[in-house]
Design a protein around this ligand. Sequence first.
Ligand code: ASP
Ligand code: MG
Length: 443
Amino acid sequence: MKVLKFGGTSVGTAQRIRNLAEIIPSNEPIIVVLSAMSGTTNALIAIADEAKKGNSERATDLAKELEAKYYVTSNELFFTNLYKKRGEEFINDMFSKVFQDIRRGFNGNEYNDTIASGELLSTGLFHLYLSEQKKNNAYLPALNYMKTNSDQEPDYEFIAENIERILNDYIGTKIFVTQGFICRNAQGEVDNLGRGGSDYSAAVIGNVVDAEEVQIWTDIDGIHNNDPRFVSGTAPLRELSFDEAAELAYFGAKILHPSTINPCSRKGIPVILKNTLQPSDSGTIISHHYNPSGVKAIAAKDGITAIKIRSSRMLMAHGFLKKIFQIFDEYSTSVDMITTSEVAVSLTIDNTKNLDKILEELNVFSTVEVDKEQTIICIVGDFVADRNGYAGKIFNTLKNIPIRMISYGGSNHNVSILVSSNHKIDTLRALHEVVNEHKLVKA
Ligand code: ASP
Ligand code: MG
């Protein structure tokens, strides 16, 4: 079994949906995981926001606008009158529910119900299209198996049991079509895995069905070795280890949801990033295979806040760090980077929701300085301690850049530095010199 996930732009128009049907293999068992058509989730969130505020007229207008786009897509997508009609009826059913919720008012779980419509629409249409094309396929409703527990983590046991039960109902069927992103929560209500969560859905499904591989299809040619929006001459990476990919996904390489790696790496299932515009291209392969070859890639994560905490006593007393981390833990705020000296600790967070309360508590026993608008630059590569020279090369390129924090040695494949966000582009460009020294050969 293989899992193939296609993102919003891959199902973004009728033509794109037709292309998909060409790309997917029909001679081996696959689960196709789809996102909503591009723009849909944003539109649904806008509708749900208006409805929640009580602006039902505005919400209805926006929903009508979105519905109209779906009728156009469906009319373009299907060839026969029979399926054009089925498509129309399906869209009408889906939107009737949205309009009904808006009319009745959002006071229960209507917000999440509305947002879930995007993936239900894309998969419903694709399933109908495959059927029109006479491709034997089955519809696998995510809301019947994808579930999170009370920690908002996937409930693997439940998912495995239920997916298996449904798959067993369709012996001989090769193509299964299911939704990314949406799930039920511990209370059984419709919920989702967070923005961009379809990648994560695919990884969790891959894990429970022991997939041969999980393919994530987008419309770019894999993870690049630097940010192509700011640096010229970047190149796609052909190969990454799970650990390297996890660092890059977390630190800004927007192409993959950061939680995607773990469910696959735990079972050694390769994750392959593929390009719908170039289906025969081998893409980026992420697996256990580790290929030590210097500095592989650079990624940046914006919106970081740095906090310097100075012990009020001259020396850091024993228990100082524990006290600090307890406060961050209490406010469910995760710390990304950390550096220490004898008298102070600097750390970074990206979620500032509880910053005021955190600062209030830290101020009781320390002096605190806060710097907002910082960027973490993550350098991924082969930094095994006995291979010398890389740190020197990296920092040599940064001689004109004011560096706020450095983290080296946390793992064998990551060096992170913190700079003020207005130095981000200069830093990415300067560092590209080191990446280029180890140019990757396109397979
Ligand atoms: N449709 C959802 C979103 O826009 C999930 C996804 O695309 O992965 O966030
Ligand atoms: Mg995505």
